[in-house]
Design a binder for this molecule. Structure first.
Ligand code: KIV
Ligand code: ZN
Length: 389
């Protein structure tokens, strides 16, 4: 099976999240965890942006052994030089160099013509190639760029030495079909498509970041750029954990596998959550508190008979645990299991008596706690003695 690799930008695009600011120590710790997690390339910052960013990239370059360490640069000489210098101790240094290509960015942001942008790419990628072997080129806002211009500028970047082409859906605008079509178009319009690697970079403004990244790999990309917990500008980036889990669960469909050590998912998610002060939503896929929790009676009964009835991914495989919280929708099967776990041995007749009492308690509270269950059982035993039920 073909291997899909992951490029993490938690410490660059992720750090563009409002209120997120990693210390250098945080960056080193996160980078080590990412490397253990099986990430192939770690974008550690934008070295020209601040001294702290520069030092962060430098320290990560010293700490990481196997993964590539990447710094971001605009097509600006001082940005490029800052990446070259800050990554020089890395075992595998890499630069991510970008310029916007869509009409709206050309006209209103860059005030540059297509020709001027192409000339900039020729100048700066050629300059960079003298110092860096591994060059990722991104045409920013690729998904709102005219296909023919996209193909032209990518061709130029490859001819000047880019080794990986990344296609950013900068504003989370595309759909899976369109994103796949864009890769197909480039496959047939870029001469040396197979001589470079292709990656996806999808934002989540319309909730399609994971679907779009998966469409990209189904149409020729072999690497996914994303972040842990999906942090990033505005609605964030694709969550690497979700994308890796999807490829794992649907490996037959994608006919691809990853090098991600999925078992560490929960741990790395918690680490980034605590360093960013961003709690994980309860219903977040894979890492949310409810991702492996079953409350309704029908689901609990199925789960207890065979977990796969309601779980497509085992919680253990991502370092999480399943739970069967008891609420008003829970049924006798899960309640009996819980009572037996708490040391109560009750018959089916007892259960028939207990169930309506349990439901009355559950209607008043959300999830029935162990203390409430203990109280309920004390009342039940005393009533049983008095009434001989
Ligand atoms: O989303 C984006 O376009 C980016 C670029 C810097 C590649 O993050
Ligand atoms: Zn981005």
């Amino acid at each position: 099976m073909e291997k899909i690799t992951f490029y993490d930008t938690t410490m660059r695009d992720g750090e563009q999240t409002i209120g997120v600011n990693f210390s250098i120590e945080d960056k080193v710790q996160i980078a080590k965890a990412l490397e253990n997690y099986g990430i192939s390339a770690i974008e550690a910052g934008f070295p020209a942006a601040s001294d702290q960013d520069y030092e962060g990239v430098q320290q990560v370059s010293l700490a990481v052994k196997n993964a590539s360490v990447v710094g971001l640069a605009r097509m600006v000489r001082k940005d490029i030089d800052a990446v070259i210098k800050s990554t020089q101790s890395a075992q595998h240094p890499m630069i991510h160099i970008f310029i916007a290509t869509s009409p709206i960015h050309r006209e209103y942001k860059l005030h540059m013509t297509k020709k001027e942008i192409i000339n900039k790419v020729i100048e700066e990628v050629t300059y960079t190639k003298q110092f860096m072997n591994e060059i990722v080129f991104s045409p920013e806002d690729a998904t709102r760029t005219e296909y023919h211009f996209l193909a032209e500028i990518i061709q130029v970047a490859i001819d000047c030495g880019a080794t990986m082409i990344n296609l950013p859906d900068t504003v989370g605008y595309t759909t899976p079909e369109e994103y796949g079509e864009m890769f197909d178009y480039l496959k047939s319009h870029v001469k040396n498509f197979d001589q470079v690697r292709w990656s996806t970079h999808t934002h989540n403004d319309l909730g399609m970041a994971t679907a779009n990244a998966l469409a990209g790999i189904a149409h020729g990309a072999t690497e996914i750029q994303g972040t842990i917990n999906g942090i990033g500008e505005r609605a964030g980036n694709v969550d690497i954990i979700e994308a890796a889990a999807a490829i794992h669960v649907r490996k037959q469909k994608f006919d691809k596998q990853t090098m991600i050590s999925l078992k560490q998912s929960k741990k790395i998610s918690d680490m980034v959550s605590s360093k960013t002060n961003m709690p994980i939503a309860d219903n977040k896929p894979v890492t949310g508190r409810n991702a492996f929790a079953h409350e309704s009676g029908i689901h609990q009964d199925g789960y207890l008979k065979r977990p796969e009835t309601y779980e497509i991914l085992s919680p253990e495989s991502v370092g999480a645990t399943a739970s069967l919280p008891l609420g008003k929708l829970s049924g006798s099967h899960a309640i009996m299991v819980k009572l037996s776990e708490m040391g109560y041995s009750i018959s089916r007749d007892d259960m028939a008596y207990i169930l309506p009492i349990f439901k009355k308690i559950a209607e008043k509270t959300n999830i029935v706690s162990d203390d409430e269950i203990k109280k309920m059982m004390q009342n039940f035993w005393s009533e049983k003695v008095v009434k001989n039920v």
